[in-house]
Design a protein. Structure first.
Length: 597
């Protein structure tokens, strides 16, 4: 049906009557009273205000869609040619404040993965190189991102060759280098141990202040230099978890268990509100309670040393399980150490690769993402059934694992995969895989460190002063949480009110402004606002090009003669359903009576 052309302040007769008569609605008792202080003068137009948004204004998930596609690849370093092989876990976050996440990673050349390498940042949407630096850092070290000094500008930290840790600003310039216990596979972690607004950098048993000065060096476990911070003793300050050792905030040993000094993760496996520590290494998986007592220790299924543990509710039974890779199997263990399932994989190079977990299809069932020497696997979390096998990948393997993150801020998650041609032919560099329909569930635009848990960092890479205990909410580790993102957001248009003017009453005209709110999360575009008179006709209106979520637009003034008011006038928004909204029943105002008597 052709729509009439609407021009503000001009009455035009529409081709259709409303289905409901005006006298079916109550007159507004809250209309703005007529007074000398309210006019329809352009200088007296009501100012639009910000409005509260409805966080539940999202569409339901798209179920059953799993159609992967390579979105982009980075495989040539334009700054340091040849340094384009990765055998480490990248990190993702917005390090330069442009609103787009960056992927930051170390890389090596010529098979020299234990030597000095480069640190590179690329655009998360395109893979374009932003910068690459090479001042004394290990080629297979992990990367940590976070705002150390609270100035709103994130830093980038990695493991150094001479100094243990090297930290850069978001543009790739060295901020500081410190520490005397380097590790070529070390991955720093960032946390605010004392809640003072200044974050510390942790590598193994070494802790550095935000300015690079040494805070303390512990006297026991190092946890493969893959340690992190968590509140293990509920005191509530953060401790440092380093393999079989937990250090108190000041560096004293809180406890050392009898288990192997392996790679740690945390989760609440007995539902007592306290975290247990699970470690892998030396061919064992060990669970230790928050007091340092070993609860159980089992051999890594599939042989080999065992990769870093991933904690998640793999089978949607309400309790966390443990994912661990061995030389020839990826397995999920129950909280008591028994094996839920194992699937054959190939990692004879190191048998220490890691994994991540995410519910891609928002159907309540998690998927496991794991890369061995020649294949990127996606397993069903509950059964281990293969959902995806990508053969383009190659790696000589160390401790790396794929990330699951909204790398291009489009509201749909991607897999970020590191590859190299050290031992096998295939991809090298970074490969980003998404869904061809962008239907994978939304996740965060940040995965800031190797020892990642959802609550250890904010989306803007600021570091929480008192982080929420992840095991009390998500209860996972090296896993992503399904979030409603921009791809799921909807608008919610409503007429917030009609503000009546007084200065046209002497001319026999009732005049008013129409205030339209978007209480949803998404921007509403190209929608119609209509003024309906007392005869049930569309008397006036206009189109609005766009209105962001949480914003208001003021339209008018509109003027109608006394004969048009009869039982009252009201306004409605998007009566033609041009905008997709989460609530289609709140689009009209109350009826306004003739304002000039």
């Amino acid at each position: 049906m052709n729509r009439p052309h609407y021009v503000s302040l001009m009455r035009c007769l529409p081709p259709t009557l409303l289905l409901l008569a005006c006298n079916d609605y109550e007159l507004s008792e809250n209309r703005m009273p007529v007074g000398d202080d309210v006019t329809c003068d352009a200088d007296d137009t009501p100012a639009p205000t910000h409005v509260a948004q409805n966080d539940a204004c999202v569409r339901g998930p798209v179920l059953g869609s799993f159609n992967p596609v390579v979105e982009w690849q980075w495989n040539q370093n334009p700054v340091y040619p040849g340094y384009d092989d990765l055998m480490s876990t990248p990190a993702v976050g917005d390090i330069n404040g442009d609103g787009m996440p960056e992927v930051v990673f170390t890389s090596f050349a010529g098979g020299a993965y234990t030597s000095a390498g480069t640190l590179t940042a690329v655009n998360g949407a395109t893979g374009a190189t932003l910068w690459s630096a090479a001042p004394g850092l290990y080629a297979s070290a992990g990367v940590a991102l976070g705002d150390l000094d609270g100035d709103g500008l994130p830093e980038v930290c990695t493991a150094g060759t001479a100094a243990a840790v090297v930290c850069f600003d978001g543009a790739g310039n060295v901020r500081w280098q410190a520490g005397v216990e380097p590790s070529y596979v070390g991955s720093p972690a960032i946390a605010d141990l004392d809640g003072d607004g200044l974050a510390e950098v942790i590598l193994g048993r070494q802790v550095f202040n935000s300015d690079g000065s040494v805070r303390w060096v512990g006297a026991a476990g190092v946890g493969y230099s893959l340690s992190f911070a968590a509140d293990i003793d509920n005191d509530p300050a953060l401790e440092v978890v380093a393999g079989n050792t937990v250090y108190d905030t000041d560096g004293t040993v809180l406890w050392t268990s009898s288990g192997f000094d392996g790679m740690p993760a945390v989760g609440d496996f007995d539902d007592d509100g306290r975290a247990e520590v699970v470690t892998t290494g030396n061919g064992t998986v060990t669970l230790t309670n928050g007091d340092g007592v070993v609860l159980w220790s089992v051999a890594v299924p599939g042989g080999g040393g065992g990769g870093p543990p991933t904690v998640a509710d793999f089978d949607a039974d309400g309790a966390p399980e443990i994912g661990v890779a061995g030389a020839y199997a990826y397995s999920v263990l129950e909280g008591d150490g028994s094996v839920r399932w194992s699937m054959p994989v190939q990692d004879y190079s190191s048998s220490v690769t890691g994994s991540s977990v995410f519910d891609f299809e928002s159907d309540g069932a998690a998927e496991v993402v794991y890369a061995d020497e020649v294949t990127l696997w996606v397993f069903d979390g509950s059964t281990g059934a293969v959902e995806l096998a990508v053969d383009g990948h190659a790696s000589g393997t160390l401790y790396e694992y794929p990330l699951i993150v909204d790398v291009d801020a489009d509201g749909s998650s991607e897999i970020v995969l590191a590859s190299n041609n050290y031992a096998f032919e295939g991809w090298n560099g970074i490969t980003v895989i998404g869904d061809v329909d962008s239907s994978w569930a939304a996740s965060r635009p940040v995965w800031n460190q190797f020892a990642y848990s959802i609550t250890n960092v904010n989306d803007d890479l600021s570091i929480p002063t008192t982080p929420e205990k992840n095991w009390l909410s998500w209860n996972n580790f090296r896993a992503g949480g399904t979030l409603d993102g921009p791809a799921n957001w909807l608008a919610d248009l409503t007429v917030a009110g009609m503000e009546v003017c007084s200065d046209t009453c002497s001319e026999g005209m009732g005049s008013f402004y129409v205030l339209v709110d978007n209480r949803g999360l998404a921007t509403a575009r190209d929608f119609l606002v209509e003024v309906v008179d007392g005869n049930g006709y569309i008397a006036d209106g206009e189109r609005v090009a766009s209105l962001d979520g949480g914003e208001q637009v003021v339209l008018g003034p509109y003027a109608l003669a006394r004969s048009d008011w009869k039982g009252g006038v009201y306004a409605r928004v998007d009566g033609t359903a041009d905008a997709e909204e989460c609530d289609e029943d709140n689009q009209r105002s109350a009826v306004i009576a003739w304002p000039c008597e």
